[in-house]
Design a protein around this ligand. Structure first.
Ligand code: MG
Length: 158
């Protein structure tokens, strides 16, 4: 039996911040503003995983008021979410992630991002779908003021 969860995240972009996606640093002149590292791939995916398990959301598990998570590497959010799933006899079998930003081009970084996610999720890279889109120049994402991600995680119950 399978279940699915959906997740979404957006962070404002500012100069002088590192752009990190799935723990991979992407060379760019701006990066996300956030209490943690602002990793939209990890945050959207973490919410998708928690959603599949009906385990609440990222804010409940990793509150931005908790100094423990200040500047946290967000891959550990995914790791923790997978542990919570395992406690309920569930595991992630497939994920699909869409990242939306005007710049930089993300395609060249997908192999590294896929490897990082495969390792933390414990699934083959072939079961990790990554897509990059722009926002066609409109709204905050289109003006380069923000980066966003959507994710779906499918989990199996055993
Ligand atoms: Mg976030």
């Amino acid at each position: 039996m399978n279940r699915s969860g959906i997740g979404y995240d957006l962070h404002r972009l500012s100069e002088g911040r590192k752009l990190v996606l799935a723990g991979i640093e992407i060379p760019f002149e701006k990066g996300p503003v956030g209490h943690s590292d602002g990793d939209v791939v990890c945050h959207a995916l973490c919410d998708a995983i928690l959603g599949a398990g009906a385990l609440g959301d990222i804010g409940a598990h990793f509150p931005d008021t908790d100094p423990k998570w200040k500047g946290a590497a967000s891959l550990q959010f995914i790791e923790h979410a997978c542990k919570l799933l395992a406690n309920r006899r569930m595991r992630v079998v497939h994920v699909d992630v869409v990242v939306i930003c005007e710049r930089p081009k993300l395609g060249p970084h997908f192999p590294a991002i896929r490897s990082a996610l495969a390792e933390v999720l414990g699934i083959p890279g072939d079961d990790i779908s990554l897509k990059a889109k722009t926002n066609e120049g409109v709204d905050a994402v289109g003006r380069g003021e923000a980066i966003a991600a959507h994710a779906i995680a499918t989990v199996s119950i055993h």
